[in-house]
Ligand binder design. Structure first.
Ligand code: NAI
Ligand code: MG
Length: 502
């Protein structure tokens, strides 16, 4: 790992105060209390934000309820045009957005923050263009019956997002929910609200008051009351499986639909013919090492065929060690810092556990440096353990940090059985030139998304979501918008009515 004496690019010098958006106005919390947002690469305070709680949630939900009738009656393509204008305005502010994302999340600006800002603008463009597709269907019940369906919005949507790709994940709630005619109350993650607030500012230039309301606050104080608010007609959550269950329970109380995008422990299966450099690059990309592996789709269980086990790990070691870990705002950094102290400690505990197991072999990495420039931030070093077993905690739990476990396999059935032996089922990666093996594995793996010979991120149009405890529902796509943010009404008309006067 190359560790640099950083020539530090300018960060925000004085902490600023950011506000929440309720009913078209930028406000503080009713209590006046605040939280701080930290730059995790430097452990400095970037901003203070309102500590939103139930009173703020209630105001925001009421504003969204008031805005709903007019917003839902705007012809869909007109709503779509507003989203297209938001996309243009976002594109003009990508650099500003990238800087904020890097500063508050610790994600490296070149490899993560700028691509996230760019993709976010594209998400608004994609959904803006889909407004005309909010179509219903007609049902052939006979010559004298007209039976048709309408795609109607649900009402006020409550959405809660995490910090790992906050602006993108926020856009994936805002764009489809508003396009479909709903109004929205979105709660940002307490660790990374600033990029979402900038996106909100851009959106608000084009939207009537109350259509989009964005709150800052903690999970329990602000997210809890949002999930329980009786006016909310739909809950959409991205985050941990544990909190996903809390959201689903709250939804069960009132029978409101939920979409859940939760965690993963995704397998990456390398066949014996794939001991090649491009596969190593793909495995590194799939593991999301350049986002400190703080990604729900991280391919964090590496199943290597036994014949290529050592040779593949040698190549992986060389390539990962060439990545530069450093200040998130430095253009030359490939990898940034972990989001906060709690997550940093959690990742270190997993590494420590691996180091203490006599039967695990450390291939590279280990605990973070105790001194030098990297000790000033929450920098975790990419770490690989070999000869691990699929039933260890390291191989079962979502670490959400750069800790990869390598597990050997002999025959395909065994590899697939181990890949499926998880309560998660979000993503998977298969690496081989043999098309038959690749497709057999792709079909047998229990997960919502299988990539063959690539380790890329999601693209607009791709129906993305989890099997098993990785979630419910799909996002990123037309079907995702239709299924998650509309409800179907059937209207059936009997045309066989006797004529008056005959
Ligand atoms: P989290 O699931 O607690 O936080 C996600 C969002 O939920 C945040 O906005 C948070 O304020 C909110 N929240 C938390 N508790 C809530 C509650 N009781 N009611 C309503 N909203 C609540 O995730 P956290 O604590 O930041 O990270 C812990 C672990 O979760 C990570 O180590 C990782 O394993 C997983 N995670 C997975 C993500 C994914 O995209 N799959 C994203 C973030 C975390
Ligand atoms: Mg932070």
């Amino acid at each position: 790992m190359s560790i640099t004496e950083q020539a530090r690019p300018a960060a925000t010098s004085k902490p600023r105060h950011a506000r929440m958006l309720i009913d078209g106005a930028w406000v503080d919390s009713a209590s006046g209390e605040t939280l701080t947002v930290e730059n995790p690469g430097r452990r400095t305070t970037v901003a203070t934000i309102p500590r939103g709680a139930k009173a703020d949630v209630d105001r925001a939900v009421n504003a969204a309820q008031k805005a709903f009738p007019a917003w839902s009656k705007i012809p869909p393509r007109q709503r779509g045009r507003l989203l297209l204008r938001i996309a243009d305005a976002m594109e003009a502010r990508i650099e500003e957005m990238a800087h904020i994302i890097a500063e508050e999340t610790g994600n490296a600006i070149r490899t993560q923050a700028r691509p996230e800002a760019t993709l976010t603008a594209d998400i608004f463009r994609y959904f803006g263009g889909l407004a005309g597709e909010l179509k219903g269907e007609t049902i052939p019940l006979g010559e004298h019956v007209l039976s048709y369906t309408r795609r109607e919005p649900l009402g006020v949507v409550g959405a809660i997002i995490p910090w790992n790709a906050p602006v993108l994940l926020g856009a994936l709630k805002i764009a489809p929910a508003l396009c479909a005619g709903n109004t929205l109350v979105l709660k940002t993650a307490e660790d990374a609200p600033l990029g979402v607030l900038l996106m909100t500012e851009i959106c608000q230039e084009f939207l009537p008051p109350g259509v989009l309301n964005v709150l800052t606050g903690t999970g329990e104080e602000c997210g809890g009351p949002l999930a329980q608010n009786p006016i909310i007609q739909k809950l959409s959550f991205t985050g941990s499986t544990e909190v996903g269950k809390i959201i689903m329970r709250a939804a069960a109380e009132r029978i409101v639909p939920v979409s859940l995008e939760l965690g993963g422990k995704s397998p990456s299966i390398v066949y014996p013919d794939a001991d090649e450099d491009w596969v190593v690059d793909g495995v590194i990309s799939g593991m999301r090492f350049t986002r400190q592996s703080q990604s729900c789709t991280a391919g964090s269980r590496l199943f290597l065929h036994q014949d290529i086990f050592d040779s593949f790990l040698d190549k992986l070691t060389t390539k990962v060690q060439a990545l530069k870990l450093g200040d998130p705002l430095d253009e030359t950094s490939d990898i940034g810092s972990i989001i906060n102290e709690k997550q940093f400690r959690k990742v270190c505990n997993y590494v420590d556990e691996g180091l203490k197991r006599k039967d695990a072999r450390l291939v590279f990495g280990g605990l973070p440096p105790k001194d030098g420039p990297l000790s000033q931030g929450y920098f975790a070093v990419p770490t690989v353990f070999a000869d691990t077993s699929n039933d260890w905690r390291l191989a079962r739990e979502e670490i959400f940090g750069p800790v990869l476990v390598a597990i050997p396999w002999k025959d395909e059935d065994e590899a697939i059985r181990m890949a499926n032996d998880s309560h998660y089922g979000l993503a998977a990666y298969v690496w081989t030139h043999e098309i038959g093996s690749a497709l057999r594995a792709a079909h047998a793996i229990e997960s919502g998304w299988v990539q063959v010979n690539q380790g890329l991120g999601q693209q607009p149009g791709h129906s993305y979501g989890g099997y098993k405890q990785s979630g419910i529902g799909r996002e990123f796509s037309l079907e995702g918008m239709l299924d998650s943010f509309t409800q179907r009404k059937n209207v059936t008309v009997n045309m066989n009515v006797p004529r008056r006067g005959t």
